[in-house]
Ligand binder design. Sequence first.
Ligand code: NAD
Length: 366
Amino acid sequence: MPMTTDVLTAQELKKAAPVFGQLSFNDHEQIVFCNDKDTGLKAIIGIHNTVLGPALGGTRMWNYATEWDALNDVLRLSRGMTFKSAITGLNLGGGKAVIIGDAKTQKTPELMKRFGEFVHSLSGKYITAEDVGMETADMDLVKTVTPYVTGISESLGGAGNPSPITAYGVFMGMKAAVKEVFGSDSLEGRSVLVQGIGHVGEVLVDYITKEGGKVFIADINEARLEEVSKKYGATIFAGDDVYSAQVDVYAPCALGATINNDTIEKIQAKVIAGAANNQLADENVHGKRLQERGILYAPDFLINAGGIINVYAELENYGKDEIIRKAENIYDTTLEIFAKAAAENVTTHQAALKIALQRIADRKAQ
Ligand code: NAD
């Protein structure tokens, strides 16, 4: 094997340096591998940065093809959380957890409680919540073994399911982006393709429909498509390729990295604004290319912060009015980011990242 990393391929690098050499490793503070034979739990907790506060981020349960994919996901997601909380002005660091497995068939109360014990062992450095594959009821189970959990039921003193607030924040960011491109922030008459109509996507469909937007929906779950189409009158996208859809707005609300080398040249929408984390497969390459193609990208970690705003309320004891106010504020912040990007001739993603990094640097210097 060659001695310098300069000449190692990505695969060789992974073998030579399986953690710090991961392509998505980006100065993470701590990565915790959790294994429990009895419950079948295999999880990874990624703590990216705790300068602003404890690392808060949801737990995703997903049937990853390989453990490398799971590690890569938790590294990317936890880093995103650092910037999300920083730009939203919350005193939280960035963390995230992934549980490897099928949430529909492998999630048991015992497994969730065991996971909670691992979270507890970190003494509050990491605080969990729900993400893809998780429900409020799962967080309620985690709560039975550790206080370091948010997103619990309102009946237990929590702020409840964060997804509707996430959808509201995304809607605010989308309106800001539509205003920037089309001159008015109304979605009336605008066509929007929502990819992924789960917890967040469905509520987003509701908001857009109520404002008179024309919604197309895409999902791998056929039953969901029928259900959401019937409920809101949304049109099930019938084309071969969602990326080539002739729409005003593309809203990625499924998993990340859908803006990548295979899709980016096909995108016809003038605006991208959605809930998914890490929409850009490579934030430098694909952020720049969207800018060159004249497609306005509303940075994901900025506009999907509604969920973290909602769960933060449980730690800071603020109520629904303040949650809504903070989520509404995403509209103004998004417009500010567009202005900063234009003034500094950087991508919208870079402009948002700069503000987040500055806040962390300022706190570190105190
Ligand atoms: P969810 O699991 O409820 O919904 C995801 C939906 O996407 C499902 O209906 C699933 O069938 C669909 N899907 C999966 N792969 C797909 C594909 N290849 N093409 C089309 N559809 C596909 O998840 P959610 O809670 O709605 O979250 C959606 C996204 O938003 C995730 O990336 C999540 O990390 C992010 N996010 C969620 C929140 C929140 O509060 N729930 C907060 C911030 C960010």
